[in-house]
Every structure is written in structure tokens, then in C-alpha cells.
Design a protein around this ligand. Structure first.
Ligand SMILES: *Cc1c(COP(=O)(O)O)cnc(C)c1O
Length: 365
């Protein structure tokens, strides 16, 4: 296919789902994290397949991401990790379940649910145990319990927290401390409530590194998409997304000629260049320009020369036997998004989610 496209391999997704399930203790539920367009793939396609495979729950970051899943026919329960007061209406309208992470959001949502005549509307309590991003603090628990006594509009479905460094074994002590803090907070709440919300703290790397912290459910994102944050885990998973393009034009340039905007690249001798129809508007940051990043053509690395343009980039193909119309790989099952993103000191998560909505999605079933 002669255009820039992101191929989404649903068989790989199924493989990853099955692999991650095999890592879970008995009766532990699995939540598929499909925020940011399913880590840049296609959240609706991913969610519909995971639902068919029997996933227990979904998570999105923002309410409108949950709304899109509902419109696509996703019936499972959906946790909204980062609800905002402006979106409370959307949350209730589409049966989404908010994470309540602060007194402000708790009070705002419970008042809103009450005004909407809701009873026992499912909510999730998020605690900060060391990431210092979103979450109640341990000493908010008494306040929360008092508030819960006074309202029938909401009911706590689960209590959760998020780990700061589950992929980093040098941070084991810190992580174990986070797990202990969460366990303590959760048991205080469970002892005081007359019902039993379920507990979750693990992301993908914690499934692998901290099996003792699976509690009742795990939240897995990157693993479903085929990356495990270590070479060993990467080897067991299969990348779901492949970003591919095509050679639009080949030029032979003379010594001293320059390539691209600002004349940033200057040829030292006769060279063959290829122009590829993918640019920073498609998710290839300008940081990859000027020899930092590369694309792969017929299995060989072609360094990006000059500045990445909005819609195109140019590569040096002097040593590659290739022609116009040939396939170009930015990342796929062989060219790891981990390695490509590492050239700009980034991570697979960022490269995957950067692929913009302009890039055509092709679903492989
Ligand atoms: C994004 C996110 C996850 C998923 O993390 P992965 O490392 O992709 O598995 C889990 N929990 C929360 C709160 C998140 O924001």
C-alpha cells in the first residue's frame, strides 16, 4: 500500500492479552487501558476485541474518550482516570465511572450526581502513594468516610493507586513502600465501610515485577500494545502497531548541495536521498532530524537528514538499493519503537501515542 499508514494487528493484541492474563493470579480481573486512542492505535477496535476476549474493565484518561467507546458499542464498565468538573455531565450520560482523586472533585461529583437524582453511582477512589500526580492523601480517609456516610448518590466501586517506578528494579524499595502504603489505606477504608470495594494498583510492569501487588485487578496498557519495558518481556509480547510509509521521490545530489528547510543538511559527496511522506504533523518530532533518527528501508537504516518537515522527511539512501514506491518502516515488529524512540531519549509510549490522527489506520484481523 503506497501511503503512510499505521497497521494495527489484532492477532498481536490477542496474543498480548492472553500472555498478560497468564501472569495474573487466580480471580484477578484485568482492566484494559485504552486512553490516548488506544496508545495511538485505534481505541474502539482494540476495546471491541478485548471485550470479545473477556476483559473485565476499561480505563480512559478523559471523559470524551469514554464517550467515543460507548458510541462504538463498547458495553463494559469504563473508568475515567482524570475526570474534570466540565465533563461530569458526559460521564453520567454515557455511564462512565469517575476516579475521584481530591476533595474538590469528590464534592463536585457527589453534588452533581445528587442533583441528577443518582443513587449509588459507581465511583473509584484514587490515592496518592508516592507518584505525587493525582490522588487523595492517606489523611483524607476520615474526611472521605464522613462524606460517604452523608450521601447515597455515589458508591465506591474500587480503591486504587498508581506506581511511580514499577519498571525500575533499582526502585524496588520505593515501590514496596508504595504497595505497603496502599495496603494500609485500603484496609482502613475496607474496615469502615459496610461493603467491599475492590482494589488495584498495578500497571503492566507491576504485573511482571510485583505479582504480590495484583490485588483484585490490574490495569494494563503498554503490555496489551506489545511492549513490556524490558527486552525479556518485549520478546514475549508482539507489537500491535506498525508505522509504515513509502518512498515518494529519489534525488541524486551533488557535493555541497543542501537538503530541506534552513539548508540544515549539506552533502559532502554525491548522495542519493529519498523523500518520505511523513512529518512532524504525523508524529515524527523534529528531534529526529539531522541524523538523530532513522527509517528502515529493505531492512537497512536510512538516517534522517536535515530538518523534519510538517508533511515529509528526507533520508540518506546512498547505500541502500531502493526505488520510488518502495516500502519504508518507521517502527514495526522488527524495528522496535523502543529503539527508535530511544534515539531522542524518549520511550515507546511517546512514539506510539504521537502518531497523529492524520495517519490512516489499517486494521489487520
Ligand atoms: C496509563 C495508566 C496505566 C497503564 O500503564 P501501563 O504502563 O501502560 O501499563 C495504569 N494506570 C494508570 C493510572 C494510568 O494512568
Amino acid at each position: 500500500m503506497g501511503v503512510t499508514r499505521l497497521e494495527i494487528d489484532l492477532k498481536a493484541l490477542q496474543h498480548n492479552y492472553t500472555y498478560l492474563r497468564s501472569k495474573l493470579s487466580k480471580n484477578v480481573k484485568m482492566m484494559g487501558v485504552v486512553k490516548a486512542f488506544g496508545y495511538g492505535s485505534d481505541a474502539c477496535e482494540v476495546a471491541l476485541l478485548l471485550e470479545e476476549l473477556g476483559i473485565d474493565y476499561f480505563a480512559v484518561a478523559y471523559a470524551y474518550e469514554g464517550k467515543a467507546l460507548r458510541k462504538a458499542g463498547v458495553k463494559s464498565r469504563i473508568l475515567v482516570l482524570h475526570p474534570q468538573p466540565d465533563n461530569f455531565h458526559m460521564i453520567i450520560k454515557h455511564c462512565l465511572e469517575p476516579s475521584l482523586y481530591s476533595p474538590r472533585v469528590f464534592k463536585g461529583f457527589s453534588a452533581f450526581a445528587k442533583a441528577q437524582h443518582q443513587q449509588n453511582y459507581p465511583v473509584h477512589l484514587k490515592f496518592n502513594t508516592g507518584l505525587n500526580r493525582l490522588g487523595f492523601w492517606e489523611n483524607d480517609t476520615q474526611w472521605i468516610l464522613e462524606q460517604l456516610k452523608e450521601t447515597h448518590a455515589i458508591k465506591v466501586t474500587s480503591i486504587f493507586s498508581h506506581l511511580a517506578a514499577s519498571e525500575d528494579l533499582k526502585e524496588q524499595e520505593f515501590t514496596k513502600n508504595q504497595i505497603a502504603r496502599f495496603t494500609k489505606i485500603a484496609s482502613t477504608l475496607l474496615n469502615s465501610l459496610d461493603y467491599t470495594p475492590f482494589l488495584h494498583q498495578s500497571n503492566t510492569s507491576a504485573i511482571i515485577n510485583y505479582p504480590e501487588a495484583q490485588f483484585d485487578m490490574v490495569r494494563t496498557g503498554i503490555g496489551l500494545y506489545g511492549y513490556g519495558n524490558t527486552p525479556e518481556e518485549d520478546a514475549k509480547l508482539q507489537p500491535v502497531s506498525s508505522l509504515k510509509s513509502v518512498i515518494s521521490q529519489i534525488h541524486t545530489i551533488e557535493p555541497g548541495e543542501t537538503v530541506g528547510y534552513n539548508r540544515a543538511y549539506k552533502a559532502s559527496d554525491y548522495q542519493k536521498t529519498a523523500t518520505i511522506p511523513i512529518g512532524h504533523a504525523d508524529g515524527i518530532s523534529r528531534a529526529y532530524g539531522n541524523g538523530v533518527g532513522y527509517v528502515t528501508i529493505h531492512g537497512k537504516k536510512a538516517p534522517i537528514i536535515g530538518n523534519v518537515c510538517m508533511d515529509m522527511l528526507m533520508v540518506n539512501v546512498t547505500d541502500i538499493n531502493c526505488k520510488e514506491g518502495d516500502e519504508v518502516v518507521i517502527f514495526d515488529k522488527h524495528v522496535s519503537a523502543v529503539d527508535v524512540s530511544a534515539t531522542i531519549h524518549s520511550i515507546s509510549y511517546e512514539l506510539l501515542t504521537a502518531v497523529s490522527q492524520r495517519v490512516k489506520r489499517v486494521i489487520l484481523r
